[in-house]
Write a new protein. Structure first.
Length: 276
């Protein structure tokens, strides 16, 4: 049984040609009045376009030659297709097709694509890495999320320009991790504290994280280590309140938090200076 609106006896299971269309008249071989009228209108539009120098079908070789030039300039076929507003699979099909013609609208979209720069500013990538560090994410975790080599990630933090591939990989890692929570370990807290002391800004502090001229807004530089220092000091006070000596309480807090006793002493000193 044919679905409502489809051509009776249509032998194209994927196309499912609809009545009152040029495709139903030509490919579906339907000669009803609605399909005939639709085909007549389509023929008139095509004839008008040819008469005025804008045929619906054009030669495909100039388009494929343009794609080859873009590939030689460093772009991939998938990136060319996306820049032209089509799917990556369509771009690959056009690049490998042996057909001598293609639709004019598709040809114009591809011919409008210009070579992308081989490198881009590393500002956006560096800010994304810093925002993830502020959350406590480690460099290996960022590398795993973006499929990035450790040396490449280190280079992105010191070089002025990076490749498009590296920039896209760091953007992908950031998109996966910026709204997630890293494991709650002392290493995570230490990375977050170090990033805070360095003045790294969170993701939401940027309107356009890739704009070199922009400054972070709606955010105030802070040092997360002060928060941890207050937590350590409170833990020590709680133990002393139930009979622990100061030294024993410090050792117990260090054991519970899996940190060195010296780290607790530094935290207590920082807390006292902060409270003064």
């Amino acid at each position: 049984m044919t679905a409502p609106g489809t051509v009776d006896g249509c032998t194209h299971p994927r196309a499912r040609h609809q009545h009152a269309t040029d495709a139903a008249y030509k490919a579906g071989c339907c000669r009803c009045r609605d399909c005939t009228d639709a085909s007549t209108r389509a023929a008139k539009r095509a004839r008008y376009a040819r008469t005025h120098g804008r045929p619906g079908i054009v030669a495909a070789e100039p388009v494929r030659a343009h794609m080859r030039r873009l590939v030689a300039a460093g772009m991939t076929v998938s990136r060319i297709a996306l820049a032209a507003g089509m799917r990556a699979t369509d771009g690959r099909r056009i690049a490998t097709s042996t057909s001598g013609v293609m639709r004019r609208t598709t040809a114009e979209a591809i011919l409008a694509v210009t070579p992308a720069p081989l490198t881009v500013s590393s500002v956006g990538a560096r800010r994304r890495i810093q925002a993830l560090a502020l959350l406590g994410w480690s460099m290996p975790a960022i590398c795993d999320a973006g499929g990035i080599a450790p040396g490449t990630l280190r280079g992105a933090q010191v070089e002025d320009r990076i490749t498009l591939r590296t920039n896209d990989a760091i953007r992908h890692a950031h998109d996966l991790l910026w709204n997630a929570t890293p494991p709650d370990t002392w290493q995570t807290r230490r990375r977050s504290a170090q990033a805070g002391r360095a003045g790294y800004a969170p993701t939401l502090a940027w309107d356009d994280i890739d704009d070199p001229a922009e400054q972070p807004s709606g955010w105030q530089r802070h040092d997360p280590s002060f928060r941890h220092a207050a937590e350590h000091a409170a833990a020590v006070d709680d133990l002393m309140a139930v009979g622990y000596s100061r030294d024993t309480a410090i050792a117990e807090v260090a054991y519970r938090h899996r940190v060195q006793v010296a780290s607790i002493l530094v935290a207590l000193d920082r807390h006292e200076r902060r409270a003064a």
